[in-house]
Design a protein around this ligand. Structure first.
Ligand code: IPE
Ligand code: IPE
Ligand code: MG
Ligand code: MG
Length: 325
């Protein structure tokens, strides 16, 4: 990919990016060992996604082009990598969960395409490029999102060849729960309904743990489930994923208010303009960093007993506080 990938590229000058107060977290980017962990997994996922979205020149060309555009841009591939990390914590590896890892990225890409539509956030920039509707029009973008969601289930079903039907169905149940009316869609609806309205921390937690947190949690849990992780490990992954997903969205709010748009690849200040209920809007930046730090501590605590196999996951969790995009 031609775009710089901040999660995996060597650190550059970080003085222009938003940062937590120095007491809360160091002002650095992904360290060398985390980059060495992320890079091969990101590359494998990118290859899997590109292969899956080939479509062999089939019609409708415009739809397939929009789907590739939405997925193959400069994303961090966090959810696929978390799925792989979940599998590794339970004794599996990257190839064991690749279809599901890729499916999670398709679902995520669908959510981004729909989230950017004028009917929702109305954002014209995503991953440093015109958002899908800005490039292809809202009709194609809407349908490309639908198609990405649907194609994700083709991959999820394909997973049974690697994991067997029973484990695959368990993972499917987790993913449908995380994306439906108790998960991502619920969070997106309440996010939309609270625009320009007063809110409280209970509501914010409801929104953030669902619109973003649920799929992140599901990614970790599915990775473990698909390779036959035992109950206590799955529970630890669930607790870690819940806190980490929540923290991730708190930091998304913070970066959306005070980050560097060039690093983020999406607009800064748009939440404020739309009157979004965010952590910085409710608590201010400093207290938002404190909340994010507390949640990452919670995520770390949940996997403290899982030994060296969980170290990359712990590094990823810490990185959530240090990311610039
Ligand atoms: C952005 O997610 C949307 C949220 C749920 C916060 P990411 O920050 O993972 O976006 P990409 O995939 O790297 O573009
Ligand atoms: C994104 O939330 C959540 C989903 C796409 C499901 P936001 O609207 O806060 O994320 P960005 O800032 O546009 O990526
Ligand atoms: Mg949104
Ligand atoms: Mg948005």
């Amino acid at each position: 990919m031609s775009h710089a990938n901040e999660m995996t590229d060597p650190p550059t000058d970080a003085t222009d990016v938003a940062s937590p107060p120095s007491s809360e977290a160091p002002r650095s980017r992904a360290g060398a060992s985390l980059r060495a962990y992320l890079e091969p997994r990101r590359q494998r996922v990118e290859r899997g996604l590109a292969d899956f979205l080939g479509f062999g020149g089939r019609r409708p060309l415009e739809l397939h082009a929009a789907m590739r555009y939405a997925v193959l841009g400069d994303g961090k591939r966090l959810r696929p990598i978390l799925c792989i990390a979940g599998a590794e914590v339970c004794g599996g590896g990257m190839e064991d969960v690749l279809p599901t890892a890729c499916a999670l990225e398709l679902i995520h890409a669908c959510s981004l395409v729909h989230d950017d539509l004028p009917a929702l956030d109305g954002d014209e920039l995503r991953r440093g490029q015109p958002s899908c509707h800005a490039r292809f029009g809202p009709g194609i973008a809407l349908l490309a999102g639908d198609a990405l969601f649907s194609q994700a289930f083709e991959l999820l079903v394909e997973q049974r060849r690697l994991s067997g039907a029973s484990r695959t169905l368990d993972a499917l149940a987790v993913i449908t729960g995380a994306t439906g009316t108790d998960g991502m869609v619920a969070g997106q609806v309440e996010d939309m309904l609270h625009e320009g309205k007063p809110g409280d921390e209970v509501t914010l937690e409801f929104i953030h743990t669902r619109k973003a947190g649920a799929l992140i949690r599901a990614a970790l849990v599915c990775g473990g489930l698909l390779v036959g992780g035992d109950e206590s490990r799955i529970a630890a992954l669930g607790a870690c994923g819940g806190a980490l997903g929540h923290a991730f969205q708190v930091v998304d709010d913070i970066l959306g208010e005070s980050g560097d748009p060039a690093a983020l690849g999406k607009p800064v200040g748009a939440d404020r303009q739309r009157g979004k209920l965010t952590y910085p809007a409710l608590l201010g930046l400093e207290r938002s960093w404190v909340v994010a730090g507390r949640l990452v501590d919670e995520a770390l605590e949940a996997v403290a007993g899982l030994g060296p196999a969980a170290e990359p996951l712990r590094e990823l969790a810490r990185y959530v506080l240090e990311r610039a995009r």
